[in-house]
Ligand binder design. Structure first.
Ligand code: F6R
Length: 256
């Protein structure tokens, strides 16, 4: 696991954007796994400004709320359209986001998994992390072998996400999410976390035991994970100085 610590979220975002841009230039028909959430907004803004060619890319989003129509202001379809897809030249048919209104969730999830495989698997999976350690919406106690499926959101996640919904509007209780097993099959995972409120869970995910109580800790089992942090999110890492030294002394041939 490579831990990259930058002084600010802005600089850490730029490091992550450069990695994404490099993949898109080197492999124009790559398959990207995408996330939503506040952490991703500046990342997508910067990516859009890079004017890359998205015409041959395929994307798979991690998750969507059950019960929200694609046009709902808080659906992840809307988030992706507003923050990314409306501004790049990706063909509509190359975009995959779980359908929150599907009548047959198990069948939809099985098809989603097959579509990922048919696309050749995910080359780069973008990940944020919840304050309870979730990646995608794999809440604590999710099976580390789980596949795309319905999940019940934890009270903590519903509380964290309530800020996006209008007063009086209830945050959804269920979602469809790629599983941890699905995420671990991506060729490269890129996790971003910024802010003091993520420091404890990041330290546990990176330096603690692998446990379903902190789903992000499963990334320790993956051969290629990059974690981009700002100084605040890295503040509780015991090995933060070592991580900084490693990054600053990376041999030229390894630099991206
Ligand atoms: C969203 C997702 C979630 C978020 C996480 C962090 O598609 O998969 O795991 O990445 O909840 O959200 P923010 O970035 O808003 O702190």
């Amino acid at each position: 696991m490579e831990i990259i610590i930058q002084p600010s979220p802005e600089i850490a975002t730029t490091v992550a954007d450069r990695m994404l841009a490099r993949l898109i230039r080197e492999k124009p028909a790559a398959t990207l796994g995408l996330a939503t959430g506040g952490t991703m907004e500046p990342l997508y803004r910067e990516l859009v400004a890079m004017n890359l060619d998205w015409s041959r890319l395929t994307t798979f989003n991690l998750d969507e709320y059950v019960g929200l129509a694609p046009g709902h202001s808080q659906s992840y379809h809307t988030f992706m359209r507003e923050n990314l897809f409306a501004h790049v030249n990706i063909p509509k048919q190359n975009v995959n986001i779980p359908d929150g209104l599907t009548k047959n969730i198990p069948k939809f999830c099985a098809t989603y998994e097959k579509r990922i495989q048919a696309a050749g698997g995910i080359d780069l999976q973008m990940l944020g992390i919840g304050t309870n350690g979730h990646i995608g919406f794999n809440e604590p106690l999710s099976s580390l072998a789980s596949r795309t499926r319905i999940k019940t959101l934890s009270p903590k996640t519903r509380q964290d996400n309530a800020r996006f919904f209008r007063p009086g509007e209830e945050a959804p209780s269920h979602c469809i999410t790629m599983g941890i097993g699905t995420i671990l099959e991506s060729k490269h995972c890129l996790l971003l976390a910024f802010g003091k409120h993520k420091a404890r869970i990041i330290a546990q995910a990176v330096e603690g035991p692998v446990t379903s109580m902190n789903p992000a800790s499963a990334l320790q089992l993956h051969p290629k994970v990059t974690v981009c942090l700002d100084a605040a999110a890295a503040s509780e890492l015991k090995l933060k100085e070592y991580c900084r030294w490693v990054f600053d002394h990376k041999p030229g041939w390894q630099k991206s």
